[in-house]
Ligand binder design. Structure first.
Ligand code: AMP
Ligand code: ZN
Length: 113
């Protein structure tokens, strides 16, 4: 989708500070970090949000979680991090391309706001 911000980042049309990439997944620093470590993990293929996922997305969704765990290790935050996706406007989703936030490096409150 040419008008999707994260598709454009995945295509390299918009710069990002990449921390991990493979054929299916890209991960980069959030532009407006909410924690000392704040990484966005996205599938290269466009999906609006998790609620639109179907059975054939199962492998990709699993890969996203495994990538998150790998990234946490590579950044040295594997002992304490949060992985979250905002699904829908009311939940805080502002970019309609599925993404997981990996947050770490400060005390993370529960429940989140
Ligand atoms: P969400 O609000 O859950 O949809 O998350 C979207 C995230 O994308 C926010 O945390 C933004 O700070 C981040 N963001 C927006 N534009 C960019 C960009 N060009 N590069 C990196 N992160 C971005
Ligand atoms: Zn997209």
């Amino acid at each position: 989708m040419s008008d999707c911000l994260f598709c454009r980042i995945a295509a390299g049309e918009i710069n990002s500070r990449i921390v991990y990439e493979d054929q299916d997944i890209l991960a980069f620093h959030d532009l407006n970090p909410q924690a000392p470590t704040h990484i966005l993990i996205i599938p290269r293929r466009h999906m609006d949000r998790l609620s639109g996922a179907v059975q054939t997305d199962a492998e990709l969704l699993g890969k996203l979680q495994l990538a998150a765990a790998k990234i946490a290790v590579s950044l040295g935050v594997e002992k304490a991090f949060r992985l979250v996706t905002n699904n829908g406007r009311a939940a805080g989703q502002s970019v309609d391309h599925l993404h997981y936030h990996l947050l770490a490096g400060r005390k993370l409150m529960w429940p989140p706001g």
